[in-house]
Design a protein around this ligand. Sequence first.
Ligand code: FAD
Length: 298
Amino acid sequence: MPVLHRPETLDEACALLAECDHGMVYGGGTAVQILSKQGVLFASDLVDISRIPGLSGIKETADGLRIGAMTPLRAVETGSAARRVAPLAARVYGHVANPRVRNTASVGGNLAHGDYRLDPPTALLVLDAVVELTGPSGARRVPVREFFVGFQETAVRPGEIVTAVEVPAQPEAAGAGFTKLSSLSANDWPCASAAALVDGRARGLGRRGPAHLRLGLGAVASTPVFTEVELPGDATADDAAEAARTAVEPLIDPIPDVRGGVEYKTRLAFVAVDEAVRSAWKERSDERGFLSGRRRGR
Ligand SMILES: Cc1cc2nc3c(=O)[nH]c(=O)nc-3n(C[C@H](O)[C@H](O)[C@H](O)COP(=O)(O)OP(=O)(O)OC[C@H]3O[C@@H](n4cnc5c(N)ncnc54)[C@H](O)[C@@H]3O)c2cc1C
């Protein structure tokens, strides 16, 4: 059985991780507990970071949100600041598993878990979020787009702790969509999930400006993946869906398992992307709010 440590400061936690043979951070514990029950938790020591002050909570900043690593997923889903400043992120966090898991699992643990099927990275990728990591030599920041480096592998170095995630504010006129498709049950891991964000319509000189569409996908390859597309000002929802399909096609390389084979998951990936793009396209308003009148805080 691994030795459990409960440090009260970040310095103490980093020092413990550096000293242990195979130290592992214990966040919410939802994944660690499962590994332990399955007899595949290969850790000499567990460093529980729940007593360290300042690691939990959501703060509104000049640019968006700063979410502490120990913040439960449920707090992002339901928190008023998250829902107002980054509604896509709040929506996607609300799609993870079930309320019991979301009340226990932490934002930092979810990212550090590094599973290719995670839902939250889909939103964090399109919103261009940044992960803050703290280790023996101080803090560094890694864009979520560079965080997932391989199958079950993240940019977290030995001895480092995810301490926060910075999420830029979602542009007010942007349209956002999220689709998660699961084959076993609604609360289960996805076979494919897709988040889409399209900027608002710039109006001027009698024509609309080009649109920028960002896509974040989960479960369709060995890591969460991101791509983006520029669309002309006269593009329709069908054009956007077609361009998105072309952009994601080279990224889709699903891992077959009990939830579906490669062909099935590939088809679901295209369906998820199509639905997410169409719903984002429908939701976006023009920059002066003429179409939907959506304004932050309403
Ligand atoms: C039944 C079930 C269904 C699920 N379905 C989904 C789903 O549909 N979509 C989805 O996205 N996820 C799903 N999950 C995964 C869930 O999101 C993760 O288990 C959870 O987010 C992990 O967070 P945690 O805080 O509990 O991490 P822990 O279990 O504490 O840790 C997980 C890993 O991250 C490391 N770690 C934890 N915190 C940190 C930190 N701050 N810094 C560095 N490393 C850290 C640990 O050492 C460990 O390697 C499901 C989980 C369960 C149990």
